[in-house]
Design a protein. Structure first.
Length: 548
């Protein structure tokens, strides 16, 4: 053993440590420079796209401001305040001419309209527009505060079919008072075209959404069509976790690194002036590193080859001298470290060391058997202390302990927790009319029905009361479906000895709340209140409290 340690020490100190330090420093320096360059290129590209969009917005703002300053528009709006504008007047016809000319010279503008201060249309290029419905009053709260604003994306029925458009608004001001708006619908095909013309890797993604999550454009660079994969990358859980940790009020732009499906990505994000939009530019870092990793691969292969040679020399020198004792020492150390008596020493040679190894193996077999028996007995004692003897569900103490743990996890994961109280309706009549034996069958029947219907922790709270609890981490728990399954099974009832069918009904109260909002006592109290509400409504039903 001392000889082997000496050889290994010399090998590590004088060969492997210097070798790997130099090689590792070379690889890290190379990869660090690549990652820095990737980040700089990504931010430069993202800023370029943002500048292009903001430049387009400024040009739209300038053109719409010219319209807003027209005296014809002001005159028509003043007429609209007194009633319907005169569509035969010179001012109205001139306003309509200005709107048509604006539409004619803008390829991606779908419609141009003028609305009063309440967003009622008084003039438009869209023949199908309704006078009292412009849609612009719900684009964004910011639209009422800014003189110019481009808001959310909506689906728009046009003569050319359904188009996805964004809504732009420019105030018309007279004597510092807003008297109306110039409104435009801009086809998002412009932003698809901008993405198509942006020069970048076709594997990378640009994704723009409005302030309410609506899609402006999403897809790969150079691809004019929408890509569901492009949207899915920035919707993955690992990105959302990092995204939610960013202080967006302090950091309007930045870069986020994340993994999805084993692939490393980097996303640059930024808001866009005069809009409530967010832009995401995502690059596949793994693929770029794979294309630029030949240098690291050569260094790595060289290190591996030299390591194999050095370990080959060590193996030849130590195999016949220290291997048997070393194997015995490792096995005993493993038993001590992991408390695992199932490991055995491989006896490859006979002689004194082989006989010692066999004796140690027999000792380990004896200890393993005794340990297995002790663990089984411990599990039985623990199980008997946690389960209700009649139903086999968790008893009151055990289910409350599990609920405390679920509440801790719900608070930690910032997710919802669902808690339910179940009470058998008119339980006393079962004992009175049929006897305690049927009463016990009813309790066991309800317990089994709950166990099958509820995908969470279920326990008996005492008597004819039950309680269940679960997390709603991905908000995929369908409470109505779960309760329908429970009541469907209850409708079968139970059979008595004389062949009668005894129906069983229950009242259920459920509360769904955000983790950390209530302690255990408060949560149970709310579920209990919901259960009594179900009883007040006639029993044999459930009541849910959605506590946001």
């Amino acid at each position: 053993m001392k000889i082997k340690r000496l050889i290994m020490t010399m090998l590590i100190v004088f060969s492997l440590v210097p070798l790997y330090l130099v090689g590792g420093m070379m690889i890290l320096e190379h990869e660090g420079s690549i990652e820095k360059l990737q980040r700089e290129n990504l931010e430069a590209l993202g800023n370029t796209i943002v500048l292009n969009i903001e430049s387009y917005c400024r040009s739209q703002k300038h053109a719409m401001q010219l319209l807003a300053r027209s005296s014809a528009l002001e005159h028509v709006l003043m007429e609209a305040e007194e009633g319907r504008p005169d569509k035969d007047s010179v001012y109205y016809r001139y306003m309509q001419k200005l709107l048509r000319e604006r539409l004619l010279y803008e390829e991606y503008v779908v419609s141009v309209s003028v609305a009063d201060s309440c967003f009622r249309i008084v003039g438009t290029t869209d023949a199908s527009a309704e006078p009292d419905v412009s849609g612009f009053d719900v684009t964004s709260g910011g639209i009422r505060d800014e003189s110019f604003f481009i808001g959310r994306a909506i689906a728009r029925e046009t003569s050319e079919g359904v188009k996805n458009v964004v809504l732009a608004c420019q105030k018309i001001v007279r004597d510092d008072i807003c008297i109306g708006y110039v409104l435009e619908e801009i086809d998002t095909a412009f932003f698809d075209r901008m993405r198509q013309k942006t020069t970048f890797s076709p594997d990378d993604i640009i994704y723009i959404r409005d302030g309410v999550g609506g899609l402006i454009t999403a897809g790969n660079f150079g691809d004019p069509t929408y890509s569901e994969r492009a949207q899915r990358v920035t919707d993955c859980a690992s990105f959302q976790k990092k995204w939610n940790s960013v202080n967006h009020s302090a950091r309007k732009s930045g870069a986020i690194r994340f993994r999805d499906g084993g692939v490393r990505y980097m996303t640059y994000y930024s808001d866009i002036a005069a809009t409530d939009w967010l832009i995401f530019v995502t690059v596949n870092v793994s693929k770029r590193f794979s294309l630029a990793s030949s240098y690291s691969l050569v260094v790595g292969i060289t290190l591996v080859c030299l390591t194999l040679v050095l370990f080959g020399v060590n193996f030849v020198l130590t195999r016949k001298i220290t291997q048997p004792l070393d194997q015995i020492g490792r096995t005993l150390a493993s038993v001590q470290e992991h408390d695992d008596y199932s490991v055995r020493i491989h006896v490859s040679r006979r002689g004194e060391l082989g006989a010692i190894a066999e004796q140690i193996n027999r000792l380990l077999e004896y200890v393993e058997e005794r340990s297995r028996q002790s663990e089984q007995k411990t599990r039985e004692l623990k199980r008997d202390g946690k389960l209700d003897p009649l139903t086999g569900l968790l008893n009151k103490k055990a289910v409350h302990s599990d609920m405390q743990e679920l509440m801790r996890r719900a608070k930690e994961l910032e997710t919802e927790i669902i808690t339910g109280f179940v009470d058998i309706d008119n339980f006393r009549r079962f004992n009175t009319d049929y006897g305690h034996q049927i009463g016990d069958l009813v309790i066991k029947y309800v317990a089994e029905s709950l166990r099958q219907a509820v995908p969470g922790t279920v326990g008996r709270n005492g008597g004819d009361e039950f309680i269940f609890c679960m997390l709603n981490r991905r908000r995929d728990v369908k409470l109505d479906r779960m309760m329908d399954a429970f009541y469907e099974r209850l409708r079968e009832g139970i059979a008595t000895d004389d062949g009668q069918r005894v129906s069983v009904t229950c009242s259920v109260g459920i509360v769904q709340a955000k983790g950390g909002r209530y302690d255990l006592e408060e949560l149970e109290k709310r579920a209990d209140d919901a259960m009594y509400e179900a009883k007040n409504r006639g029993r044999n039903n459930y009541h849910i409290i959605w506590d946001e």
